[in-house]
Structures are given as structure tokens and as C-alpha cells.
Design a protein around this ligand. Structure first.
Ligand SMILES: Nc1ncnc2c1ncn2[C@@H]1O[C@H](COP(=O)(O)OP(=O)(O)O)[C@@H](O)[C@H]1O
Ligand SMILES: CC(C)(COP(=O)(O)O)[C@@H](O)C(=O)NCCC(=O)O
Ligand SMILES: [K+]
Length: 244
């Protein structure tokens, strides 16, 4: 009989789900977080009848959701479960569950390599795992849409500009300056961090995930892998490493 796992990644913008059958991702779905409802989890559970369920959540859960998690023996990607790498973050109890799932995925996929995960979601998170299995930590930076929106919201006169399909490196209008400042300069931040890690740790594999990964990849000259379902794979790994 096939072993089926349901995994759910609840981010600040979107909720992503995946179904694994014997380690193969056979189905994915996503919903905007605004339409969050326990009914969605219940539908997924009924439809897929999983043996086990894993969850990462970066938003506050409701009492009803907590109850559902307990009833269904859901494994959550928090500090209470086992990881095959050394978590060297000084506050693992406040570490994002999506980040632990991301590191779980690259630990399994890129054995013995130094890996930087850049999760380009609501926030951009940078997480660094060494080839010796030490997760040293990383950084949290504003996401692309957040950067565009905050310049409008924190100033008196700057407009809210559209997310650009393309941008010039040297902005020549207010709109372009904001668009390039918002998204282009964030890309240089990624390039700068990749450069820093290469200088200090030698070899580096960079893996991009999250809603804006494809966009950022287009402008990164450094070689990197885009893995849209990385967090889902990480949650499946966490299920394999933790009996409940
Ligand atoms: N339709 C959309 N609605 C909201 N964000 C979108 C949409 N399409 C792309 N994005 C981008 O995806 C990012 C969110 O990525 P995602 O990986 O879903 O984030 P999270 O894991 O935080 O929920 C947003 O910051 C935005 O730039
Ligand atoms: C930084 C995050 C908001 C990123 O979440 P996302 O943008 O993917 O929704 C999330 O990982 C989080 O809430 N972290 C807690 C703080 C920490 O990781 O130290
Ligand atoms: K993120």
C-alpha cells in the first residue's frame, strides 16, 4: 500500500499544500491566506485521506486550528521536533517554521554542500546550512511587494507603483526609481550575500523558493536552483524524521 503524506505551508500571503505518495509529490494546491478557513484543511484531509500530516505556519493559528492539529496528530515544523542538522540559531523557539522546513529540504537534497536558501515570499528569508550539517542561521529582509508598498505608506508623496515585469538598472522617472529601488536593489542584496558567503565559506549552492523566486532568478547572475515546492519537500522530510 502506498504511504500518503499531506503537507501544508501556511505563509503570510499564501497557503500552499502538497500530497506526497511514497516520497513523490503527486498534487499541489494553494490559496490566498485571506480566505483562510478550517474547512479547507478538512476538505484536503477528506479528499486525500493521508497517513500523516505536517504543517509549517508563520501566522497565528486560531483555537479551532489548534484543536484540529491535536485531533489529527499533525507534526508541526517547530523547535519540539527532531532535525538531522544542528540548529545554531540562538532563539530556535521563535525561528520561522517555514525556515526550518526549507533547511530540512536542502539538507536532504544537497548532502554535504554549503547551501543558501533564499525564500522570496512576503519577507525574503536567507538561511545558511554548511556541508557539515550546521544550520548557522540567516536573515529576514523585506519582500519585494512589501518594499514597494512601504515606500508609499511611510512617505507623504511617493506613489504606490506597480510590480514591474522588467526594470532598468538606472531609474529615470519617479516610477522607475521606485520600481528599481524596490525590486532591483533587493536583488543586489541577494547578490551581495551570496558574494559574502562565497568569500567566507568557499563553495556555495544557492536555492531559491517562494512567490518571487522566478522573478529574482531572472536577474541573478550567480548560478542558482529554483525549487518552487521546497518547503513542501522539507515538511515531508520532517514527517520522515519524526514519528508521532
Ligand atoms: N497574486 C498574488 N498575490 C500576492 N502576492 C503575489 C501574487 N503573485 C505573486 N506574489 C508575490 O509572492 C509573494 C508571496 O510569496 P509566497 O511565497 O506566497 O509568500 P508567503 O510564503 O509569505 O505566503 C508576494 O510578496 C508577492 O511579491
Ligand atoms: C520571517 C517570516 C515572516 C517569513 O515568512 P513568509 O514571508 O514566508 O511568510 C517567518 O519565517 C517568521 O515569522 N519567522 C519568525 C522569526 C524568525 O524566523 O526568527
Ligand atoms: K519567506
Amino acid at each position: 500500500m502506498k504511504h500518503r503524506h499531506l503537507v501544508v505551508d501556511l505563509g503570510n500571503t499564501r497557503q500552499k499544500m502538497g500530497v506526497f505518495e511514497d516520497d513523490h509529490l503527486i498534487y499541489t494546491d494553494q490559496r490566498l491566506v485571506q480566505n483562510l478557513d478550517l474547512k479547507v484543511w478538512e476538505e484536503w484531509r477528506r479528499e486525500w485521506d493521508p497517513h500523516r500530516i505536517a504543517l509549517s505556519a508563520t501566522i497565528q493559528l486560531t483555537d479551532a486550528q489548534h484543536e484540529w492539529i491535536n485531533q489529527n496528530k499533525v507534526v508541526q515544523a517547530n523547535n519540539d521536533v527532531n532535525y538531522p542538522f544542528n540548529v545554531q540559531y540562538h532563539t530556535p523557539e521563535t525561528l520561522g517554521q517555514d525556515r526550518l522546513a526549507a533547511v530540512s529540504a536542502v539538507y536532504a537534497l544537497y548532502k554535504k554542500k554549503n547551501v543558501l536558501v533564499i525564500d522570496c515570499g512576503t519577507c525574503i528569508t536567507y538561511d545558511f546550512l554548511t556541508g557539515d550539517g550546521d544550520y548557522l542561521g540567516g536573515n529576514i529582509a523585506p519582500g519585494l511587494r512589501m518594499r514597494l508598498r512601504s515606500m508609499h505608506e511611510y512617505t507623504n508623496r511617493l506613489p504606490l507603483v506597480e510590480f514591474p515585469d522588467e526594470f532598468p538598472w538606472i531609474g529615470q522617472s519617479t516610477e522607475q526609481a521606485l520600481q528599481t529601488g524596490g525590486v532591483g536593489m533587493a536583488i543586489l542584496e541577494s547578490k551581495g550575500f551570496i558574494f559574502y558567503l562565497k568569500e567566507n565559506y568557499g563553495h556555495l549552492t544557492t536555492v531559491l523558493t517562494g512567490g518571487d523566486a522566478g522573478f529574482i532568478k531572472k536577474y541573478l547572475t550567480d548560478e542558482c536552483d529554483v525549487h518552487p515546492d521546497l518547503i513542501l519537500y522539507g515538511l515531508n522530510e520532517i514527517l520522515k524524521n519524526n514519528e508521532i
